[in-house]
Design a protein around this ligand. Structure first.
Ligand SMILES: C[S@@+](CC[C@H](N)C(=O)[O-])C[C@H]1O[C@@H](n2cnc3c(N)ncnc32)[C@H](O)[C@@H]1O
Length: 231
């Protein structure tokens, strides 16, 4: 993980406002992010695909790097079967937004958790979702996390990871940044290709790993737990 974030600003060509890159504990970056995410059409399309791919009646859901809880909320909206959702993040600024969102929802537990730490203690789940978070981990930790997800999913459970991924070339990546209104990377990004991540998920013990939606540097990476995975 990148520590010691730069306070520099890059320009957002889509608006007059600069794009903060101060890290996820920076209130300015979080406010900027939360204000714009619902307006990113590609993101909304990816979320729609994620919702389409949810299993029909999950009971327990985990949202990794939950931010303000947007993805967990989407799952809860469309799957009334959910009895418990655990939403974790390490940014206190984001967690405050998530707690506010779910203040009246007893099904949701919002927890401070560093994804650099093993997720086993969080329990077992029918669905693990993540939105634009795992790419902040270093590659070794990403691979270990995929194995932990395989271990914590109930048999046949699903992992749905809406992510920022490496583009095929520097030019494609630059075009992607322009398309989402950035002129510089988030310094915390550790981007990996779809192909590598699908391979890593299979290597971690997940099955039917695939990329089922892609728009430039956004991708929906999915995999299931083995139907006979041990409880
Ligand atoms: C781009 S935001 C995405 C937030 C939310 N999931 C969404 O879909 O909008 C990335 C999130 O990942 C979190 N994050 C980054 N590294 C983390 C880590 N090591 N442990 C926990 N959360 C982390 C950040 O705090 C931030 O909330």
């Amino acid at each position: 993980m990148a520590r010691g974030h730069t306070r520099a600003m890059d320009r957002d060509p889509g608006s007059a406002a600069p794009s903060p890159v101060g890290g996820w504990n920076d209130g300015e970056q979080v406010a900027w992010y939360l204000e714009r995410i619902g307006r990113l059409e590609a993101r909304v399309a990816g979320e729609s695909m994620l919702v389409d791919l949810l299993p029909p009646a999950p009971r327990r859901v985990l949202d990794l790097g939950c931010g303000d809880g947007r993805l967990a909320a989407l799952v809860l909206d469309v799957r009334p079967s959910v009895e418990a959702a655990v939403a974790v993040d390490r940014s206190e600024v984001m967690l405050a937004h998530a707690r506010e969102r779910f203040v009246d929802d007893d099904r949701v537990e919002v927890r401070a958790w560093d994804l650099d730490d093993p997720i086993g203690p969080l329990g077992r789940f029918d669905v693990v979702v993540s939105g634009f978070a795992i790419h902040h981990l270093d590659d070794e930790r990403k691979r270990a996390l995929f194995a932990e997800i395989a271990a914590q999913l109930e048999p046949g459970g699903a992992f749905l990871n809406l992510e920022v991924v490496a583009s095929g070339s520097e030019r494609r990546h630059a075009d992607f940044l322009t398309a989402i209104g950035r002129t510089a990377d988030d310094p915390e990004d550790r981007l990996v290709s779809v192909e590598d991540q699908v391979r890593w998920m299979i290597g971690a013990g997940l099955v039917d790993a695939d990329c089922l939606w892609r728009w430039r540097g956004f991708a929906l990476l999915v995999a299931d737990a083995r139907a006979d995975s041990p409880r």
